[in-house]
Design a protein around this ligand. Structure first.
Ligand code: ATP
Ligand code: MG
Length: 376
């Protein structure tokens, strides 16, 4: 089997690593350069999409912000999974919100803003405080504003207006501010035949808007709610592949924040913690193979490596620790790799993460230090 991935980053790389044992070969299409790249060696294998589409058995994507003409070209081949509609839904917060409503899953109250008058209507409809997010192109908390008092509306409007006018079809989605206790996410897979399976929920910690730490959790009541919402969203989209749902946990009630029509950073722990990792299950789903078990084999926590390209050797020397580098050039704040930490029991996992705070700097790994100070 030959799978073409739209996008040539770390997610395509990890699909390639997971696909090899199943004889599934991955090529990656770099949307920016138009080159076809080997996702592990970065070797250029060709140019242009048309030829790569013809050679592929299946086409999938590692991110949702893909130009629509490329999506349509792939969709026409009949090989694109998940379909263009699902990918576009994840890339446009207006469409995403409409989908969540259609699927009947709880999400934060919202209002779409195109003009200054809309902004006033949003304040009346959604209330203050509110979170404002660009409809297109946002990720890692970028393209967002917070409004804490009506008096500040005039101050932030020029920036919002600039964002709306900077690109075609752009808008801002105003959302009520959700006073959540914590953020969790559910990663699951749905096959071509409608078969689906989800992993245990992940609890996520963000630092400056970027995911920094994600741990499998055992929370049966939340898991049940999340599963029901996953099924509703995946079925509504007639989804094929791995899909992630991000939630706010508000006193034991889940609200969907957003969806990601792809393998997800909060599912990286499945590489060491689950029977079949999310990358393999995504490939199984889009290639029409049976899904692998999503069972937890041991509690696992993923720590993102942000803006660093070396780690103390103690990490590899620690039992249960695995490093996954992405082979990227160092840049401040960039996702360079992750560490998966596993243990037989949650208490043991907590102990190991706390011990990592002794060897990882607080500057580069604030979430590990935050975790350690909360679990002392
Ligand atoms: P990512 O790519 O990391 O998922 P994103 O840019 O797609 O981020 P969101 O997930 O929508 O954006 O928001 C980033 C973070 O901002 C959330 O994880 C959450 O911490 C906070 N946030 C977003 N929406 C709200 C809200 N309505 N109320 C409170 N906090 C929010
Ligand atoms: Mg998010």
């Amino acid at each position: 089997m030959h799978v073409l991935v739209l996008g040539a980053g770390q997610l395509a790389r990890m699909m390639s690593l997971a696909g090899a044992p199943l004889n599934i070969h991955i090529s990656a299409f770099d949307v920016v350069s138009g080159q076809i790249i080997h996702p592990l060696t970065q070797e250029v294998q060709g140019h242009g999409l048309e030829n790569a589409i013809q050679q592929a058995d299946v086409i999938t994507a590692e991110f949702e912000h893909i130009p629509h003409d490329i999506l349509h070209q792939c969709e026409q081949s009949g090989k694109l999974l998940p379909g263009a509609q699902a990918i576009k839904t994840g890339g446009d917060r207006r469409v995403e919100k409409a989908l969540l409503d259609q699927a009947g899953v709880k999400n934060a109250k919202y209002f779409v803003i195109n003009t200054r008058d809309d902004f006033d209507s949003a304040i009346r409809h959604v209330g203050i405080p509110m979170v404002l997010k660009s409809a297109l192109g946002g990720y890692d908390g970028k393209g967002q504003w917070r409004l804490k008092s009506t008096a500040d509306a005039d101050k932030i409007w020029p920036e919002m207006q600039q964002c709306i006018e900077a690109s075609d079809n752009q808008a801002i989605v105003a959302e009520e501010f959700v006073p959540f206790d914590r953020e969790v996410s559910l990663v699951g897979a749905r096959g071509k035949n409608g078969e689906w399976a989800v992993y245990p929920l992940s609890e996520n910690i963000h630092t400056d808007g970027v995911l920094s730490l994600s741990t499998s959790i055992d929370a049966q009541a939340l898991q049940q709610q999340a599963k029901t919402m996953f099924e509703a969203v995946a079925n509504t989209l007639n989804y094929v592949g791995v899909l992630a749902l991000e939630f706010f946990d508000v006193q034991g009630q889940l609200l969907v924040n957003e969806i990601a029509p792809r393998v997800h950073n909060s599912g990286h722990w499945t590489q060491q913690g689950a029977d079949t990792c999310q990358f393999e299950n995504h490939l199984r789903a889009v290639c029409g193979l049976p899904l692998g078990s999503t069972k937890l084999i041991r509690p696992t926590c993923m720590v993102n490596i942000l803006g660093e390209d070396t780690l103390p050797s103690e990490i590899l020397a620690t039992e249960g620790c695995h490093i996954h580098w992405y082979g990227k050039e160092k840049r401040s704040g960039r996702k360079m790799g992750h560490i998966n930490v596993s243990a037989d029991y949650y208490a043991e996992l907590e102990r190991i993460i706390c011990s990592l705070a002794d060897v990882l700097s607080a500057d580069a790994f604030p979430a590990v230090h935050q975790f350690a100070s909360q679990h002392k």
